[in-house]
Design a protein around this ligand. Sequence first.
Ligand code: 13P
Length: 690
Amino acid sequence: MRNIRIAAVNICRFILAVTFIFSGYVKAIDPLGTLYKLKDYAAAMALNDILPDWALVIVAIALGALEFSLGVFMLFAVRRHMVSKLTLALMSVMTALTVWIYIADPVKDCGCFGDALKLTNGETLLKNIVLIACATLVAWRPADMARFISRTNQWIVRYYTITYIIVTSVYCLYTLPIFDFRPYRIGTNIKQGMEIPEGAEQPEFESTFILRKNGVTREFTLDNYPDSTWEYVDTKTVQTKKGYEPPIHDFSITTNDTGEDITEQVLTKKGYTFLLVSPRLVVADDSNFGDIDQIYEYAEENGVDFLCLTASTNEDIERWRELTGAEYTFCNADETTLKTMIRSNPGLILLKDGTIIGKWSHNALPQTDDLTAPLEQLPIGKAQNDSTPERLLIVLLTFFVPLMALTIADRLWAWTKWIRNKQDNNRIFNLFKKRKKMRKKIVAGNWKMNLNLQDGVALAKEINEALVADKPNCEVIICTPFIHLASVAQVLDQNVVALGAENCADKVKGAYTGEVSAEMVKSTGAQYVILGHSERREYYHETAEILKEKVDLALANGLKILFCCGETLEERKAEKQNEVVKAELEGSVFHLDAEAWKNIVIAYEPIWAIGTGMTATSDQAEEMLAYIRSIVAEKYGQEAAEDTSILYGGSCKASNAPELFSKPNIDGGLIGGASLKCADFKGIIDAWKK
Ligand code: 13P
């Protein structure tokens, strides 16, 4: 079941990653297209002009960058908790939006995938339902996402991705989109793009006729059209079937002064034509008008047509003329068509025999140095290179290949570290050397949520005095609630009784109301912290992943860890105890290196034995502790396993402690109820003297 869940989470994570990378990238490389779409949405919500265009461009870049980065982070399992929550939040907003566009139909294309992939509103809704289901599953179990890059190196992926996508987006805004998904890409013959092939599906229409007779008005169709005694009033015609629509379907040019339609003339003209395209001259960038005028002069000298296509009013055209000294001919065309033709306002297109052979943003126009001879003899007179595979290769080489290289380096580093550990542990002489066991015998108390501050301090004092007077022959630790720590630290001689906390936060510091960080615990004078206790796993939903964070933070702050593991009664009945315990250790502590491992004490606490009075038999406990030692040996080598203290916890008392502690693999106990009274606790500590 667990494996199925993990597989499902990872499948969903890849679906989300691929979709977000694609949708984010196509938006990011076409910020102006995203801006036009945002404006469509704003208009549909009657919010037009609420934000100026420059602010919407920032929103467009941010949206593309957010989607792309979330996709990459999902792919590499970077910041799994935060990324999965953000993805779910984004999907919730997007899905609500698509429900609305599905019902109200305010825009025809959602714009999810820019111009790269057009979906109907119904298809978009379906897609988002699938994605939100995936996002929910992943947000439920983010820790199930397998990592490709260790935590320490993830920052490289984060910064590289965000920088890469923002730089790409700004570059495309400054020049033109790297990939052109619109029908006017380089190599397109506009006239051919407008043709309807023979036998293509024709649109169908249905007409209803409204007629009147003797003051009664009724509707008829051709099938039941009445006799001439009825008087004709009106006809309603609706399209019942969309016919084939050619990729270019509303391209038409009329001259601004005479209104003459010159579409055919422009598209069938042999040779070159420059088209300066500006959907609206009022918002066009006029900073490069000098370059434009030079190209116009060059065109004039070389007998090349130069037209400015715009959907602007005569006043705006006049203003542009005055501002830039433009002498070229202005023609009118549809605004949306012009926006589709080139993502720059103004932008320049070069036609040769009606085919688009070059496109330039106003920021990257050909310069006088490029215009030294007739166009036929110049590089710009040849079709620009617009090879999709070549550009894809560039994206792969500049983005995915470095990240793949990082992943491989990271895995190699982890692998060599593992090999080094293994070699250290396997040295031949280790086999012959009779080592003295290094591990400590320990009795640790876990007060849980018991005793107020005064009672706690009094008990600590009492234990301290008792043990100073009668030295234990094991290490003694008392783990208290957070608020006791600082005061208890004052009354303990920590050479005799060490102090520990019962928990610490999985965050370093910050706005986490009610949490106590590992650093704070350490600052009280405590040396230990209990992590992974079944009560915290069960009641406070601490997952293996959260515990891993806690373990790392505790160690980073110089705390030693009493790490608990153990199975439920059902799991024991199903004989799954080994599997459960192994998974708990693998999930939260087995990522540590050999050096860090020296600060770990394991406490096996079968859940069915905690506070129930049902102690595991000493044989059951011994069997499990031996098993734990064997898996520690597999991971860290025999020597490290021999040095690891492994405790038993669960209804341990003075009466059963001697029997438990007599077992070779049991190195002591983690005591709950019996640690709340000095005499009971001391009775267990004294078991080591028997
Ligand atoms: P009891 O000793 O009360 O069974 O509790 C064991 C325990 O949970 C220690 O952490």
